[in-house]
Design a protein around this ligand. Structure first.
Ligand code: ADP
Ligand code: MG
Length: 390
């Protein structure tokens, strides 16, 4: 256990994070609240987390000297960036406590290995991934079962926010899309009739204990998360239990340590399908900062430092709205500041901005969480907020 007050090698206990985005920034907030010092490594000089950490190392994730410096400063190290090289985590783990383990991150980074893990877990949980095929060669392309069309072709690596994906209706479209992607390793998934999307965040300690956050209901626009809603009766109880049990099974089977989010589809016939996982806190869990007694970032700190993991409790109904770069431009495309004053006047509205200097369409600049006593009140205030933001 690395307690915040521990002096390690004559210095206050320090927690490190690979990646300096908004997830890292909120991790740093949570670590600092407990009294830890913090160190962030990120290539971007102006990274949101780097700006607020005690120490910032501006370097590439593969820079051996920088990784040595990180290990020298931090007593335990985590990551907030899905595509951080797994080898960097493995290297750090030679001398420091690292969570999540490099082996688990490597699986989550590769849709082929990720789906294989889900398929293995399905035997116990009854929750399977979408019907799919791996495409790594022309021969694989030719052998694709017709039942997978229409489908979505997804690159095995480096996809996020709907990037690295193509919807294909015919074999000819599939072949063209695969070549367009440069013939990289891909997964073709059957296009499923979705009723809704949800996600579950769990935290697993090194001792194998697992706690779960509520099931979040998510709405995407253009492949990017737009809205997360979390309140009672939002989803059928049986579905909530099934999704939480399936997620616990997935982390246990991985031997995971840390915070992990699993995204699910609920099909129009009510069936639950497991989509993908992120080996870190997740955008759909940002509401936990304001609506739960332990946030996903508190859980990340606790799993990293080996602190106790009591079950988190949601104390308020919540709706989170992502604030994308579009909001920083008016209808004519001229830069503007969104109308914060009336938004901040709404009861229960909690604004989080990530300190990014440059707004770009699709860029996650911040989020607004509306909390309240029940679904009706947060719905009302969230609608007002959305109308104000335009
Ligand atoms: P990303 O890594 O970009 O988040 P996802 O696999 O989660 O990739 O896909 C992004 C979105 O595309 C999903 O949230 C969902 O709305 C839609 N989608 C993905 N796969 C399917 C599918 N098999 N059937 C229907 N919709 C899908
Ligand atoms: Mg996704």
């Amino acid at each position: 256990m690395i307690l915040p007050s521990s002096m390690v090698d004559g210095r206050p206990a320090t927690l490190g994070v690979l990646g300096g985005g908004q997830l890292g920034r909120m991790f740093v907030h949570a670590a600092q609240a407990l009294g830890y010092e913090t160190v962030v490594l990120d290539p971007d000089r102006a990274s949101p987390a780097g700006r607020i950490a005690h120490h910032f190392i501006q370097a590439d994730y593969r820079d051996a000297n920088a990784l040595r410096e990180l290990a020298a400063r931090a007593h335990a190290i985590t990551t907030e960036f899905e595509n951080v090289p797994a080898e960097a985590l493995a290297e750090l783990a030679r001398t420091r406590a690292v969570a999540p383990p490099a082996t688990c991150v490597a699986i989550a980074q590769d849709r082929i290995r990720e789906k294989a893990h889900f398929a293995r877990c399905a035997a116990a949980s009854g929750v399977a991934p979408a019907p799919h095929a791996v495409i790594e060669s022309e021969a694989d392309l030719a052998a694709v079962p017709g039942a997978l069309l229409p489908g979505i072709l997804k690159s095995a690596r480096l996809g996020y926010d709907g990037k690295g994906q193509a919807r294909v209706a015919t074999r000819a479209e599939l072949a063209a899309a695969w070549r367009q992607m440069g013939g990289v390793a891909c997964v073709l998934e059957q296009l499923l009739p979705l009723a809704l999307e949800c996600s579950v965040i769990v935290a697993r300690g090194a001792d194998g204990s697992v706690v779960s956050l509520p099931v979040q209901r998510n709405l995407h626009r253009g492949g990017i998360l737009a809205v997360t809603e979390v309140f009672e009766q939002n989803l059928p109880t049986a579905l909530v239990q099934q999704a939480q049990a399936a997620t616990k099974n997935i982390v246990n089977e991985l031997g995971y340590v840390g915070v992990l989010c699993v995204e699910y589809f609920v099909l129009q016939d009510g069936r639950l399908v497991v989509n993908e996982m992120a080996p870190r806190p997740h955008n759909s869990g940002h509401y936990t900062v304001d609506a739960c007694d332990l946030s996903q970032f508190d859980l990340q700190v606790r799993t990293l430092a080996g602190l106790p993991l009591p079950a988190p409790r949601q104390h308020s109904a919540a709706i989170m709205l992502n604030l994308l770069g579009e909001l920083w431009f008016d209808a004519a495309g001229a830069p503007r500041q969104p109308p914060w004053a009336p938004v901040l006047a709404l009861p229960g509205a909690r604004l989080h901005l990530y300190g990014k200097a440059q707004a770009r369409p699709g860029r996650k600049m911040g989020h607004l969480t509306v909390i309240g006593p029940d679904a009706a009140s947060v719905r009302q205030q969230a609608l007002r907020a959305a109308a104000l933001l335009g």
